[in-house]
Design a protein around this ligand. Sequence first.
Ligand code: HEM
Length: 396
Amino acid sequence: MESSGTGQGYGETARTPHKGRARDTLSLLSAEFDGTHDVWRSAMGTVCVADPESARAVLGNRDAVVAEASDFYKTRHGDFGPRAAQIRIGRAARALIRRHLDARRAELPGLVSELLAPSAVWPDAGNLLVLRHLRDVLLHRDAPPQLHATVGQIVRRAVLAGARHRHSPPSRLLFRRRALNFLHTEIRDRQRQLAPTRDPRDLLDVVVDESEPGADPKDLAEVYLSFLFATVGSVGFALGWSVHLLGTHPDCQAAEPSWTVREALRLWPVAWLFARTPSHVQTLGGEEVTPRDLLAVCTYLVHRHPKYWERPDDFVPERWAGTVPDAAYLPFGYGPHTCAGATVTMRLLEDLVELITRDWRLSVTHDGAGPQVGPALAPPRFTAVLSARPDRPGRR
Ligand code: HEM
């Protein structure tokens, strides 16, 4: 039950340029990037891509520049497909989440008050808040209690930052087998009861209903896990970055929430590194690459490229009030495989940041540690204290 080796943490099989040393990878690539040569052969042996145009060419893959499509639908058995099913699943998932956010928006202030105040330890607090808010989307209420428990355990053992290091490899393997067994059984049951006329009750229904008849339950389970990592993991981490940056830059707490969220995703793109293989010999950003190379598209560096961004390493939410270099901003990927959940993600993040800054005074204590770098870029552990604003009665 481990997240993938590339940016988002989707799937479980993708490759990290330096497996198990993601933190070193971030430091090393950052140290190597001189701000001018933005496609280069790294000491790690990969070809690193920080040039926005080359990054878009690779991620968008319009001219079949690379062999892979995207990470989200990658399974142990290759790419889950066909593409038409991927598209149906992405759209249905977005629609389901959007309906849920519409219907349950009023719950958010209570959840913030209950789970984040008076103080909480992050980034787990963000992940657990998203889990609570999207619980029914992940698994409908009448799903077997054992499966509910399993999803909660997957979050605690595999989604939270650093969680998997807290368990030994044998214990992880055992848990993985047990959890996948529960998921496979439920998926087979739902495939037998398939009723395509009803609305999906949860993301597992989305995956079962919109896949091709006879799809392998094992692949469907992996796609479902991609959704779990994307929702509870990525959205929770992105919220954590916004809260961390606001807490460490109190002067910015009055900024427009959408600017804060965009700027947090610029400085700390949760999906920060994408591994791809060139499909043929070609020149990319002036560098000749071949199918024997491994490309590492680093959106973290694209987002801090000094040729495109002023004060690239500073937290400046106000920059989003003006014109920004959109071409150098890829937090949700690029091209046909751009994140299907980008709009619902932004909406939830903006709502939460607005609530936190409008109703509460936020302060953060931390030990100055850097990000927790893995397949996804998670904030360091920190404590955030929320104290009620006197002009906002009714809050604790
Ligand atoms: C902060 C939160 C999120 C971030 C940073 C993020 C980022 C990304 C990125 C970078 C990709 C492209 C992957 C690649 O090209 O290899 C992607 C794809 C995808 N994401 Fe997200 N994502 C987030 C949340 C979500 C959510 C909440 C959903 C739920 C609907 C979702 C559903 C998808 C799907 C279905 C794809 C595959 C699109 C396709 O190939 O057609 N994501 N995401």
